[in-house]
Design a binder for this molecule. Structure first.
Ligand code: B12
Ligand code: SF4
Length: 480
């Protein structure tokens, strides 16, 4: 089972820290359906060299858009050597006909129904060429084969997903296309999710769910179950869930939430309507950040540049807003029309897609004609935004917006540690020592250790007893 790298991991432009974060959970999930007698290995080309001289019976390749070219090269190579090659994942689902010429079997959509079906068909000697997922449930999901993951190669080996998809429909997102033909959002049973968490050693967890708060009942029960486990965790959620589900959010904090990835996407509200990002329209972004900070949760803000209402001033305005609001880390993207999304169809109809070199569909290159910017302005502005946000001056200004020394220090350590020490991270990764950095991350997430309640001051709002925190009546009623 292979997760090919977007460029060969040996390229001098390769950024090990970005790609050594999370192990390939999708493949480890599929491996769980194999029989006891099946011999299997997982190779993640981002963190290890792929050997191409072996002779497996079956080669399973997970294809992302940015790794499509490399995936097809590997597939062609193994087919020439006589192996049976199967391709699946997001890009195969978007463009099955493109993938078909490189595979013996292709899979569209999530694999929990089609993959075990294929294994049965294969053992019976009658596998089909194309499998399309329709049945969406995680009820019979076997425990992920974490034993196949080389934990020491990842900064965050304890990544986990307890749901699939998302309840929203943003035009630029992979989600609608990937889950078409069945449920678009579904979760594990709470007990199973808790059992999966229990299997993970150490304290730190990273939920890779698109929207962990997407089903408030599930989320509340999960966080209740996690209370007392002593975990520290990070995840992704929406502005809407932060503002409208205070009780669930507080349960999350009680169970160890310390940083949240939030898709703000744009500071131009007209863009939100265009992109059908309805859940963000009319929301008070600053209030959402304040709420998270008051609970001691750091914010990783995600922003997309290049939407139709973005002019040349968008970069400075976005960075300034993020710094002013004390966002700890920011992730910027250039708008990218992924094939089979509503955004792609719209741009294609208007002849705005510049080319189909999938290697460059990595959200760092301009692959379409922007409306109110030139492609060069967009690309330059994107890089400038990163530089400006992660300047020491900006980090310091963001940290100064926090009340109290400990919160400021945490901001400085987290934001500075992430971007400013990249060469050090690279060294750790290349010497296969990256896992040793995890305690540092845990220390920062805890805000440099916890103190007894009596010793806590205003610099540690996260440690206020939850009973004292403001709870909206409406939601209290709803969750009751
Ligand atoms: C973790 C993550 C990463 C990690 C690691 C990826 C990894 N180790 O798998 C890192 C940080 C490296 C990363 C990087 C990037 N990522 Co990323 N990432 C994710 C994230 C958040 C979670 C992936 C995950 O673990 N999912 C959970 C598992 C269980 O699901 P899964 O991997 O999809 O596998 C299931 C199915 O796809 C299917 N399946 C997959 N392969 C196969 C094969 C067969 C044979 C079968 C039967 C089934 C099958 O079955 C699996 C079980 O259901 C997703 C968002 C998402 N929710 O998927 C974005 C996502 C995959 N990333 C995305 C992007 C754009 C990128 C980057 C280009 C970003 C950038 N600007 O640099 C890079 C480049 C990635 C690359 N190498 O090419 C896009 C992909 C768009 C696309 N159409 O391909 C996504 C969807 C985010 C988004 N909303 O746009 N990413
Ligand atoms: S909220 Fe996020 S994951 Fe959900 S559809 Fe929108 S962009 Fe995709």
């Amino acid at each position: 089972m292979i997760l090919p790298a977007l460029t060969e991991a040996t390229s001098p432009f390769f950024r090990p820290i970005k790609y050594s974060l999370f192990p390939p959970l999708g493949l480890a999930t599929l491996a769980a359906y194999l029989g006891d007698d099946d011999e299997v290995t997982i190779c993640d080309e981002h963190v290890e060299k792929l050997r191409l001289d072996d002779e497996p019976d079956l080669v399973v390749i997970q294809v992302y858009i940015t790794s499509a070219r490399r995936s097809y090269e590997i597939a062609d190579h193994y087919r020439r050597r006589g192996a049976r090659v199967v391709l699946g994942g997001l890009h195969v689902t978007s463009l099955p006909d493109e993938a078909a010429s490189h595979a013996d079997h292709i899979f569209m959509g999530p694999g929990e129904d089609t993959w075990p079906q294929f294994l049965d068909d294969l053992r019976r000697g009658a596998p089909a060429f194309r499998y399309v997922s329709h049945e969406r449930t995680l009820a019979a999901l076997p425990p992920i084969r974490r034993d196949l993951i080389k934990r020491h190669l990842y900064l965050v080996p304890n990544s986990i997903v307890v749901s699939r998809g998302c309840p929203h429909v943003c035009d630029f997102c992979y989600k609608v296309a990937f889950f078409q033909g069945g449920k678009q959002f579904y979760t594990m049973e709470v007990d199973r999710a808790l059992a999966e968490i229990d299997r993970l050693p150490g304290r730190h967890l990273y939920f890779l769910d698109d929207h962990l708060f997407g089903n408030p009942n599930f989320a509340a029960a999960l966080f209740d179950g996690m209370a007392g486990m002593g975990r520290l965790w990070q995840a992704a959620g929406t502005v809407k869930s932060v503002l409208e589900q205070p009780v669930v959010l507080e349960k999350a904090v009680r169970s160890g939430l310390r940083s949240l990835f939030v898709g703000f996407e744009t500071v131009n509200s007209a863009n939100l309507q265009d992109q059908r990002k309805y859940q963000n329209i009319g929301r008070d972004y600053s209030e959402a950040i304040r709420r998270l900070h008051d609970l001691g949760v750091m914010v990783n803000g995600s922003f997309v540049f290049g939407m139709d209402h973005d002019g040349p001033d968008v970069f400075d305005r976005t960075v300034e807003w993020a710094v002013e609001n004390g966002i700890e880390t920011a992730t910027y993207h250039i708008l990218t029309p992924y094939p089979d999304t509503a955004l792609y169809r719209r741009m294609d109809a208007d002849n705005r897609v510049l080319h189909h070199d999938w290697d460059l569909f990595d959200t760092r290159h301009v692959v379409f004609k922007p409306q109110s910017l030139t492609p060069q302005q967009l690309e330059d502005g994107y890089w400038r935004a990163y530089r400006d946000f992660y300047r020491w001056g900006a980090i310091w200004r963001g940290a100064s917006s926090k009340a109290g020394l400990r919160s400021r220090l945490r901001h400085l350590a987290y934001a500075g540690g992430w971007k400013k020490f990249e060469p050090l991270w690279d060294l750790l990764i290349r010497s296969k020592q990256v896992l040793h950095a995890l305690p540092v991350l845990e220390t920062i997430l805890t805000g440099f250790g916890s103190r007894p309640a009596s010793a806590q001051s205003s610099d540690a709002p996260s440690s206020r007893p939850l009973e004292e925190l403001p709870i909206l009546d409406e939601e209290a009623r709803a969750s009751a």
